[in-house]
Design a protein around this ligand. Sequence first.
Ligand SMILES: [Zn+2]
Length: 409
Amino acid sequence: MISVYIGIWVHPKDLCLDVLERTFSNIVGFLGGNAISVFMNNMNFTKMNLLFTYDGKAIGYSSRAGGLFFEPNAKLYRATSIRPYRYRELLCFDLRHVVNRAYSYGLEVVAHVNCLNMGLEGNMHYMVDDRGEPVLYGGAWVCPLDPNVRRYLIGLTEDLATREEVAEIEIGEYWHPISPLMRDRITCFCKYCRIEAKDRGINLDSIISRMRKDDLSSKMRRFMNKMGEEPFEEAFTFRNYDKLKSLVRYGNISEFINFRIQTTTELIDDMVTTAHDYGVRVSALVPPPDIARSLGVDYRAISKMVNVVKPVLYHRMLRRDVKWFSKQCVKARKLSNGMGYPAIMVLEGMNLREIMLTARKALDTWKEGIMIHSYSLASLEGLEIVKNAINEYEKRRSKSSFWSFLSSK
Ligand SMILES: [Zn+2]
């Protein structure tokens, strides 16, 4: 068994009372995990982790405005028009109970917050792309400069930080979106961004016309269309990210890129300060170093603010380009001063051996530990793979974990 930190991202649906003990037992016994990150607010995705609730089928869900996976303290959200509510399908989810049970298995619990990739009602708070349309593709993205979004996220941070069962808040999805579904579109040009940019001496209309003059738009479209021809998850490769990076650099829009970086950094600063005021540790997910700026993230600034950095090094990098993956691991470690754990994404079509190879590759650079993230094991195929592996593992009744189990095969 590897004596490193292994954190597993789980969805509250994995933590319903009837499957709670089995889930924890599998996370500890099979995956050798010592921590779980649990989603606290909903994301506009239908496929979530569902690593172990595989009896029958994968459960999808749709998100609504302000849905939380715990009972919110409504008083803390007074300053925003976004109304939080407890997610109805998850009445069985009791945060304190889950945390207490997790501790009994030796698992640390981290509260994960998706900042900007949230499903909300209406078109009120969404980012607006350069064509003036709300960003409802590749997830639903809200704007970090929308004052209601800002106050909601501060309220959510305070809500979690004041719960004695929460020891760490993990912040993710606070950047601008990149998705093959966005095609040639860029964010954000909403009214709040326009006002704020103007105050900082940036004219967003001029940015749009410069992008078009530089033909950035059609270059992006050609690039994104090409990505779109590939299966969705395979379109996210480091090689494709690298092309994107050069496209963004090509466009003469550096003040716009910097403006996005400043605004996301300010949001994270507010959230981290709030959590730290209550003595709660904060970790932040950070995109792969080579594309962080393109997504509006200042890797170094975020690393300095938070207690733990979790670089997201995923998207089927292993099959596509192992060298890229290793390079990102090394760069991420340098930028993070080594305090953190890289997050690995497990995707549909990857078998357990591949998952382990990816994990081992990351552990070459980050010897302290890794995080494992999976959306796509929620597919029937993915669930079947895990189910069979767990069954085989349980049959053997060996004390070895997922890791040694796989290396012995
Ligand atoms: Zn905006």
